[in-house]
Write a protein that binds this ligand. Structure first.
Ligand SMILES: C[S@@+](CC[C@H](N)C(=O)[O-])C[C@H]1O[C@@H](n2cnc3c(N)ncnc32)[C@H](O)[C@@H]1O
Length: 226
């Protein structure tokens, strides 16, 4: 049965019906130790971009099985994981057992309801934008702006079409799947100009867009004193 890419809830609920499928679609492997090590790398990147403070409330858009939340939550006041898939949320809740400063929220796939305005210090999203249409990426950038406190920080990333790895991914998908057979969750790259446009139009200040092998990533601050 073919699914519509933008029907994120049905696509991602179907992809995460059991633990193994969910791990594979989140990371491409099921090894818990590698999962943990990769999450440490994400923590390092967040530390270098948004910074991580003990007083911060962090929110992740598309948290999956809480790969990052489990490692990040001991360093912050609260970690809120949001995901479109109720199956991912269920698996995340099992991985977070005993971590009392974590909270999970199933979301529509298009916004951060019911997170209140001006309530979070850091919003981040990693390995998620590649699965979204550009419009829906940007709507999440706007939603991040809404839920962040003044002075709050936002981070996002995606595969970079201008990198050799991003181009290889683009070509692999182009040649592997004829147009009518493309999986709904197929990865689509971003670019530095796309991220620059998002940060500019959403009104973030002090923003940066950079690249590292395979990736484009950016971070910025919501205007206003903290
Ligand atoms: C590749 S996984 C990455 C998970 C997590 N960010 C990580 O790095 O471990 C993509 C996640 O995004 C979620 N997702 C897909 N579309 C979404 C949407 N429109 N809104 C929120 N989450 C979404 C999926 O359910 C899945 O958990």
């Amino acid at each position: 049965m073919s699914q519509i890419r933008g029907d994120y809830k049905s696509v991602w609920t179907a992809l995460s019906g059991n633990k193994e499928d969910a791990y594979m679609v989140v990371s491409g492997y099921t090894d818990e130790e590698k999962f943990h090590a990769d999450a440490e790398d994400t923590l390092y990147i967040l530390g270098e971009t948004t910074g991580i403070k003990a007083t911060d409330t962090f929110l992740e858009i598309g948290c999956g099985v809480a790969r990052v939340g489990r490692v990040l939550s001991p360093f912050v006041t609260e970690w809120i994981g949001c995901d479109v898939s109720p199956n991912m949320i269920k698996l995340a809740s099992r991985r977070l057992l005993g971590l009392t400063n974590t909270r999970l929220q199933e979301i529509s796939g298009y916004d951060l309801q019911p997170i209140p305005d001006n309530s979070v210090d850091v919003v981040y999203t990693t390995v998620v934008f590649m699965h979204l249409e550009e419009w829906d990426r940007y709507t999440y950038v706007l939603e991040a702006m809404r839920v962040l406190k003044p002075g709050g920080r936002f981070y996002c990333d995606n595969a970079n079409i201008a990198s050799p790895e991003g181009w290889a991914m683009f070509e692999a998908s182009r040649t592997q799947f004829p147009p009518q057979k493309r999986p709904a969750q197929i990865s689509k790259c971003s670019s530095v100009p796309e991220f620059e446009a998002f940060f500019t139009h959403a009104g973030f200040v002090d923003w940066h867009v950079k690249t590292r092998p395979m990736w484009v990533y950016g971070w910025g601050t919501k205007p206003g004193a903290k």
